[in-house]
Write a protein that binds this ligand. Structure first.
Ligand SMILES: Nc1ncnc2c1ncn2[C@@H]1O[C@H](COP(=O)(O)OP(=O)(O)OP(=O)(O)O)[C@@H](O)[C@H]1O
Ligand SMILES: [Mg+2]
Length: 482
């Protein structure tokens, strides 16, 4: 047997001190033995999430060949509202051919659009996408991408009918949890300082804009499909049933009522309420998406009501100060100026428009998210593997803003478009999430408008919501906000 010469050591005997050694876990828990701790530690040492269907050993190759090799080479089609309604021919008559073509377009377009968003997530630093919440969004997007790309070709009306059912299912299932996951991910990244906040806000806004477009494309197809099947061969408005003529005053009154109920719920039933006046073009009627209008007016008015009541109590005033909404319109846009005398906004401009806020506010918002009932138990993996056909397990967000609302809960006359948004609006005062203004800005800008606040410290705030006239912009490539 060879013996090492004096002074020479075999390779295996050399101790490489600069290579990480497995830590001595037992020193962290003197009361528990390593064998007791092992089951908890082993999952955290895995290279891939334990039950993930997508992020696994094959993911890289699949991603390279299918997503990068094909879908990312195609650009999403920027679509105008008119094109969406008419599917590239000039008539508003619905035909069998048009419905089938529309189905084909939706299938291909959605796969391309979601592929680009998956790619956006992939370009974020590892620490960011590896965040639990972003991870959930990533899996969910990949799942949707996979389902669209694998969906069989649509050739007949029957195929399209099945595709419509598939679309309805996708709209209502777990991807409605993506919104809270995105925001919680942004808040956690803010707290841990993983990514510059302005860039994170841009990522979130871009994902939200794309989400609006995707849902719009899907809803439009569902709408024209059901119109055609029910014998309605004419697409009467610019778009199926999604856009409706909305009376500005009615919507404001609806928002006022919601805010009053919210304040009563926050304090007590008989509390004095602010005097509410509508001024300006009170007869204004315009085409818009009812849920979006309801959400935008509801959120902005709610801020004024909340601040007014706080000021009333803080200062011990004899009555709450009034809130006035002035409606102004011209051919191109509609403007709602919500004026209150609640002392102004106590935060700087950078903070109020950000999804991450300041570090301190991010902590508070995240705390509130964590208080949402059922949240701790929600994992996309559980849902995908154990309960793939109905809602997520344990009914997350039950009784909160984020509970996905069912069709039966929808107020009459409200289109089914973007239900999670309406759910968000109906949240209890206990769950203050700090995202109202940031969200509204994304939606207002999407519809060629804007949201600004003019705050005078010690006096009050004018919140100005501007919305583009959709009938004026019908030929604009609206759905380019992919
Ligand atoms: N009209 C207003 N008067 C005074 N302060 C306001 C007004 N509007 C907004 N703010 C301030 O701006 C902050 C951010 O508003 P935002 O709507 O984005 O979130 P939030 O109201 O805190 O939470 P959420 O709307 O998610 O429940 C509020 O907390 C409030 O301090
Ligand atoms: Mg708010």
């Amino acid at each position: 047997m060879l013996k090492p010469r004096f002074g020479v050591r075999w390779k295996s005997q050399i101790h490489y001190t600069d290579i990480s050694q497995i830590p001595e876990f037992s020193k962290y828990s003197p009361t528990k033995s390593i064998s007791e701790l092992a089951p908890y530690i082993s999952t955290t040492l895995c290279a891939y999430p334990e039950k993930s269907k997508y992020v696994n050993q094959q993911h890289y190759y699949q991603n390279k060949n299918i997503l990068e090799g094909y879908y990312l080479t195609k650009q999403p089609n920027p679509v105008s509202l008119t094109q969406l309604a008419q599917y590239y021919d000039d008539s508003t008559t619905l035909t069998r051919h048009k419905i089938i073509n529309s189905g084909r377009f939706v299938k291909e377009e959605l796969a391309i659009r979601i592929a680009h968003k998956i790619h956006l997530l992939q370009t974020l630093p590892f620490n960011v996408v590896n965040n639990f919440h972003f991870g959930q969004v990533y899996e969910s997007y990949y799942n949707i991408f996979d389902r669209f790309r694998r969906y069989p070709a649509i050739r007949t009306l029957e195929d399209n009918q099945k595709f419509a059912d598939f679309l309805r299912h996708i709209l209502s299932d777990f991807n409605s949890l993506n919104l809270p996951h995105l925001i919680m991910g942004a808040l956690e990244c803010r707290i841990l300082e993983l990514y510059p906040q302005d860039r994170m806000d841009e990522v979130i806004s871009s994902l939200l804009r794309a989400r609006i477009s995707r849902r719009l494309i899907v809803e439009e197809h569902l709408s024209i499909t059901s119109n055609f099947l029910s014998g309605k061969k004419k697409n009467t408005l610019v778009l199926g049933d999604i856009f409706q003529e909305c009376s500005a005053c009615d919507y404001l009154m609806g928002a006022k009522k919601m805010c009053e109920n919210f304040i009563k719920d926050m304090y007590f039933d008989g509390i004095p309420l602010p005097k509410f006046t509508v001024d300006g073009n009170k007869d204004l009627k315009f085409y818009f998406l009812p849920p979006h209008l309801k959400y935008l007016l509801g959120e902005t008015l709610r801020n004024s009501y909340e601040a007014t009541m706080k000021e009333y109590i803080r200062k011990g005033l004899s009555e709450p100060s009034p809130i006035t909404v002035t409606i102004v319109s011209n051919e191109q846009s509609f403007l709602f100026r919500i004026s209150d005398r609640a002392g102004g906004i106590p935060h700087d401009d950078k903070t109020i428009w950000s999804f991450g806020k300041s570090k301190e506010l991010a902590r508070q918002s995240l705390d509130n998210f964590h208080k949402l009932p059922g949240l701790q138990t929600v994992s996309l993996y559980d849902y995908m593997y154990e309960n793939a056909t109905c809602g997520p397990p344990n009914q997350p967000y039950k009784f909160t803003s984020l509970e996905p609302i069912s069709d039966t809960n929808l107020p009459r006359g409200i289109s089914k478009f973007d239900k999670p948004l309406l759910g968000l609006l109906e949240r209890s005062s206990r769950y203050k999430l700090g995202i109202g203004l940031a969200m509204c800005k994304v939606y207002a800008e999407y519809w060629n408008g804007d949201l600004t606040v003019h705050s005078i410290q010690g006096y009050g705030t004018d919140t100005v919501l501007k919305l583009g006239n959709l009938m004026y912009h019908t030929h604009k490539l609206q759905l380019d906000k992919v």
